[in-house]
Design a protein around this ligand. Structure first.
Ligand SMILES: Cc1cc2nc3c(=O)[nH]c(=O)nc-3n(C[C@H](O)[C@H](O)[C@H](O)COP(=O)(O)OP(=O)(O)OC[C@H]3O[C@@H](n4cnc5c(N)ncnc54)[C@H](O)[C@@H]3O)c2cc1C
Length: 384
């Protein structure tokens, strides 16, 4: 749902200008230094980017899902590391609090997340549980007025920067699956919480992940998300449904950027006496990419509209994330191919994008997990 097209256009124009004038010229530096410069972060805060999807009453922009994906298409036009920095505050880091937090928890954290004063992280994955997230083994044992958390979370985006962590932990040792899991908001600085070394990743340098370790970490009972035990896994799955649409939209934006770079190169590079864009085999790669991007964009927009209309879009979100992330990988591969040898060396952005986009098929549910979600929902629906 787009509430006011003129207002959204203004927002998209200003973000588009920021992407072109500030972010694209800084991409290479971010990759080399593995850091987003502080002045850029300050500008992101001023533009409201940390609070895109946080309700207006808490100081965010309160975008609908359709509006959010339109913004994500534009943000995808540059290095995904920039989006990653604001991604957790808008998505997996804040949505649990928005959807299931108590009034006090919302009032306490959402305004600071919306302004960017506080960065949020979402801690579900563990060394022994990734795709099978419901098997997680971090425990939260209730004592007098607090929970003692023990366990390790792995690959947690923005953990080095985070001020709060939404942590999924097992409160019912007798239930080894989803119903034994609860979610907690754990503040950085809580005794017993420590961080591992920052991971050395294949791509998206400038965006950071690391282990988050809990050793008898005493979390006040008031930090139990929503004040209810046993519903943390459901919260996590709801958060991921929304996140998948957002990631799908980012994949579309990045793919459009890679295709634009490939087209520009194909028009400029000459072989056999003519621009390589004139060769039909190169044109096929351009056309296939254009077609697949259009299909992914349409899927993401449709699923976002359905979500805004109040429908359960678990299947559509999985379809959109699966198709858009796989499409993005194919477009990256073709764009490198169109660049020839220049695509393999780091003088051109495509070498970096090729590494950056590989992650989209892995996190927030691998492609195989999206396939399982889609098929499981189809079978469930057929049985009713
Ligand atoms: C850079 C980065 C950032 C991340 N950020 C976060 C974060 O902020 N918070 C967080 O909680 N997690 C985060 N993750 C973790 C991410 O969500 C997991 O890596 C992902 O869900 C896959 O889990 P895994 O790595 O344990 O792989 P595994 O689950 O071990 O999977 C390995 C392979 O087996 C396949 N597989 C597994 N089960 C099945 C099955 N049933 N059927 C078919 N194939 C299967 C998978 O598809 C995959 O190909 C991040 C990961 C990375 C790399």
């Amino acid at each position: 749902m787009i509430r006011d097209r003129a207002t959204l256009s203004l927002l998209i124009d200003s973000i588009g200008r920021f992407v072109r004038e500030r972010l694209i010229p800084t991409e290479a530096q971010v990759d080399e230094t593995d850091a987003v410069p502080a002045p850029i972060i300050a500008e992101m805060k001023a533009l409201g980017l940390f609070g895109l999807s946080i309700p207006e009453e808490y100081g965010g922009l309160g975008l609908t899902m359709e509006e959010e994906v339109e913004v994500a298409f534009v943000l995808g036009g540059t290095s995904p590391a920039f989006r990653s920095l604001i991604g957790t505050n808008n998505g997996i880091g804040s949505q649990g609090i928005i959807l299931d937090g108590t009034a006090e928890q919302r009032a306490s954290y959402l305004p600071r997340l919306a302004s960017g004063e506080l960065v949020a992280a979402f801690a579900l994955t563990e060394p022994g549980s990734g795709s099978d997230a419901a098997s997680l083994s971090t425990t939260a044992t209730k004592k007098d007025g607090y929970y003692a958390l023990n366990g390790t979370k792995r690959y947690i985006t923005n953990a080095p920067e985070a001020g709060i962590f939404t942590v999924m932990a097992r409160t019912d040792a007798a239930d080894t699956r989803a119903h034994g899991i609860s979610a907690f908001i754990v503040e950085r600085g809580t005794p017993g919480l420590s961080l591992g070394r920052v991971d050395r990743k294949m791509g998206q340098r400038g965006a950071h992940t690391c282990d988050v370790i809990f050793e008898d970490c005493r979390v006040p009972a008031s930090q139990l998300l929503g004040g209810r035990e046993g519903v943390g896994f459901r919260t996590a799955m709801k958060v991921l449904d929304k996140g998948r649409l957002h990631i799908g939209a980012v994949c579309v934006g990045v793919a459009e950027r890679m295709l634009a770079d490939a087209l520009a190169y194909a028009l400029e590079r000459r072989q056999f006496g003519q621009p390589i864009a004139e060769f039909q085999l190169v044109q096929a790669m351009l056309a296939d990419s254009k077609t697949e991007i259009y299909a992914a964009r349409s899927m993401v927009q449709d699923a976002a509209r359905r979500r805004d209309d109040g429908h359960d879009v678990a299947t559509e979100a999985a379809c959109a994330k699966l198709f858009a992330s796989e499409m993005c990988g194919r477009v990256a591969d073709r764009a490198v191919q169109i660049h020839g040898g220049a695509g393999y060396v780091s003088d051109y952005a495509i070498e970096r994008f090729y590494r950056d986009v590989r992650l989209f098929r892995i996190y927030e549910g691998t492609s195989q997990i999206q396939q399982l979600v889609i098929a499981r929902n189809m079978i469930r629906a057929a049985k009713w």
